[in-house]
Write a protein that binds this ligand. Structure first.
Ligand code: GLY
Length: 372
C-alpha cells in the first residue's frame, strides 16, 4: 500500500455490483455534495443525538446545498429498534422525501445500522452516505452494506444488505472519541491483521500504542489497511453466501466473534465489542492450536498483539458452560453444527466445524488461566 500523504484523503474503491468509494482523511464533510450527486433536494441527517455539536459541521455544509432534516437518535443500541425506524419513516414522510432525496448517517455503528436500514427501506431505497464517528464503525459497520435493527427475537435479525453511495472516514472526528473506544476499535483492526494483512500486526508491534491517536499516521495506515481487508472480503462475498477456494468468504470477518457474542450477551452488552472480539480471537487461536492447525508462536502472537494495544486477552467472569449454550444458538451457527473461524496461520483462515467439546473447553481454560 502506498504511503499516505497525511493531508490528502485516500480513496479506497469498493468495486462491487454497486461501486462506491471509502474516503479516509481529515475534514471530509465538504465532500458530501459531490458524493450525493445532482438531483438531491432534501437530505436527512441521521445522527446520534449525543453528537449534536459534532454534527453541526456537517449540517452547515449540507444546508448550503439542500433542505436538511436532522433526525437525532437515542444513544447506542437504543437507536436500533423498529420504533425508532418507524419515527424516522414518519419524519421522512412529513418532509415529503422522494426517491431522489438522500440520507447521511453520522455516528457509530448503531447509527450506520439504523440509518442504513431506514435508507434501504424508504421508497425501497434512497442514497445513503455514511460518516462513521468511531474507529469501530470506520473499519467495520460503515463498510459492506449490512444494515439492521434489533428485535425481541435477537440482535441484528432484521435488516438488509444495502450498500452506501459512499463512506467518509474523517479521522479528525476521532479526536473527541474516548480513549477506551479508540482502543476497542483497534480490536477489529488487529483481527484484520490476523485474518488477512500481517503488515497490520507488524505496525502494531513496532509502534508505541500510546502514540495511536486521531492524528497519528500509523493509525491512519491501520485504518486504511483494515478497511482494505473488509473491502476485499465484501466485494468477493457481499451476502455472506460463502467464499471460493477454501476461503470462508464474508464469514471470515466473524473471526473471534462466536465467543465474543456469547460474552457480550452474558455481560448484558456492558463490555465493548472490540474488547470481546480480542478475547474471542485469542480463544479461537487457542482452539486452533488444540485442533492442530495453528503454530504456538502464532497463538502467543494473538495474546501479545491484542494486549499491546490495551485490549483484554483473558476471561473467566462467566462459566464456559453458560457461554457454550449461547454459542450454540449464535446466528452464524448453521443447523445444529458448531462452526468456528480458525486460522492455520496468519492470513490463512478456514471454517472449523464440530470441533471436539474437550478442545472447546480446554481453549477456554487457557484464556481463563492466563492473566486472570
Ligand atoms: N461485521 C461483520 C460484517 O460486516 O460482515
Amino acid at each position: 500500500m502506498a504511503e499516505p500523504v497525511m493531508n490528502e484523503p485516500t480513496v479506497l474503491p469498493v468495486r462491487g455490483a454497486a461501486p462506491y468509494d471509502v474516503v479516509v482523511g481529515s475534514g471530509l464533510a465538504d465532500r458530501l455534495p459531490g458524493l450525493l450527486g445532482p438531483g438531491v433536494q432534501r437530505v436527512a441527517l441521521i445522527h446520534a443525538l449525543e453528537l449534536d455539536d459534532l454534527a453541526e459541521g456537517v449540517r452547515v455544509v449540507l444546508r448550503d446545498h439542500y433542505e436538511v432534516l436532522a433526525l437525532g437518535l437515542p444513544p447506542g443500541e437504543e437507536a436500533k429498534t423498529a420504533a425508532v425506524a418507524a419515527e424516522c419513516w414518519e419524519s421522512l414522510g412529513r418532509a415529503g422525501f422522494t426517491r431522489s432525496d438522500a440520507v447521511v448517517t453520522f455516528g457509530g455503528g448503531a447509527t450506520t445500522d439504523l440509518g442504513g436500514f431506514v435508507a434501504a427501506t424508504w421508497l425501497r431505497g434512497v442514497r445513503v452516505i455514511h460518516m462513521p464517528t468511531t474507529l469501530l464503525a470506520m473499519v467495520d459497520a460503515a463498510v459492506g452494506g449490512k444494515t439492521g435493527i434489533n428485535t425481541g427475537a435477537g440482535k441484528n435479525l432484521v435488516g438488509s444488505f444495502y450498500e452506501p453511495a459512499g463512506v467518509l472516514c474523517d479521522l479528525a472526528l476521532l479526536r473527541t472519541l474516548p480513549r477506551e473506544e479508540l482502543v476497542a476499535g483497534l480490536g477489529e483492526v488487529v483481527k484484520c491483521g490476523f485474518i488477512a494483512d500481517p503488515t497490520i500486526l507488524d505496525l502494531v508491534e513496532s509502534t508505541d500504542p500510546e502514540s495511536l491517536d486521531a492524528d497519528s499516521p500509523v493509525l491512519r495506515e491501520l485504518v486504511e489497511r483494515a478497511i482494505a481487508v473488509k473491502i476485499d472480503v465484501v466485494v468477493a462475498d457481499l451476502k455472506e453466501t460463502g467464499g471460493t477456494d477454501g476461503h470462508p468468504g464474508r464469514e471470515v470477518l466473524n473471526y473471534g466473534h462466536t465467543l465474543a457474542h456469547a460474552i457480550e450477551r452474558a455481560e448484558d452488552y456492558t463490555i465493548r465489542h472490540g474488547e470481546a472480539v480480542a478475547i474471542g480471537c485469542v480463544y479461537a487461536a487457542e482452539l486452533a492450536g488444540r485442533v492442530g492447525s495453528l503454530p504456538p508462536e502464532v497463538v502467543a502472537r494473538h495474546r501479545s498483539a491484542f494486549a499491546r494495544v490495551g485490549l483484554p486477552t483473558s476471561y473467566s467472569a462467566v462459566p464456559f458452560v453458560e457461554l457454550r449454550e449461547t454459542m450454540a444458538i449464535d446466528k452464524k451457527a448453521r443447523g445444529s453444527t458448531a462452526r468456528f473461524l480458525v486460522l492455520d496461520d496468519v492470513a490463512r483462515p478456514r471454517v472449523l466445524t464440530a470441533p471436539p467439546e474437550e478442545a472447546l473447553i480446554a481453549a477456554f481454560d487457557a484464556i481463563a488461566e492466563v492473566g486472570s
